[in-house]
Design a protein around this ligand. Structure first.
Ligand SMILES: [Zn+2]
Length: 159
């Protein structure tokens, strides 16, 4: 038996009201981070604490992994293109690169035998190599690197 769907009254209807800013903006930063929702709140709070309000978020599985060890080369060039677009559209001149603990894109903490220090060492290397790739391709960009753990945020100095 075929189910019969009722015809929509109207194709599009307003379901929520909210006044968003209509003025354009200059982005303080473009943030390349993982879409893991567990780190959404800490990221927002951390950026706010650093006085960053206008951030263009590039949320992709693994975050900075896309630059350091992408699943495929096309991923790396796509994300690089997105950074360039943020620069062009919103005048962005700084990129924040992030990776986080227990990231599925790295096989989680278990990929490091449950050893947080091994994981941290790996992620630090990944951040440095992601920063190097970015600086090589966009020399004018400023890069900051951060490692998110379940207890806070660690800064990694880009070499
Ligand atoms: Zn992740």
């Amino acid at each position: 038996m075929k189910s019969k769907r009722a015809a929509p009254v109207s194709a599009v209807k307003k379901v929520f009201h909210f006044d968003s800013q209509t003025d354009g903006y200059r982005a303080d930063v473009c943030v390349v981070s993982c879409f893991d929702a567990r780190f959404e709140l800490v990221t927002r709070k951390f950026l706010k604490k650093r006085g960053i309000w206008w951030a263009d978020p590039l949320k992709i599985a693994g975050g900075a992994k896309a630059f350091a060890s992408p699943a495929e080369e096309s991923e790396r060039s796509f994300v690089l293109g997105q950074v360039r677009t943020s620069m062009r559209l919103h005048g962005t001149n700084r990129v924040i690169l992030m990776v986080h603990s227990d990231c599925g894109a790295y096989g989680g903490l278990q990929a490091f035998g449950g050893d947080e220090e091994r994981e941290a060492a790996n992620h630090e290397t990944q951040l440095r190599s992601a920063a190097e790739f970015l600086k090589d391709n966009i020399p004018a960009i400023e890069v900051e690197c951060y490692y998110l753990k379940f207890t806070g945020v660690w800064a990694v100095e880009a070499a």
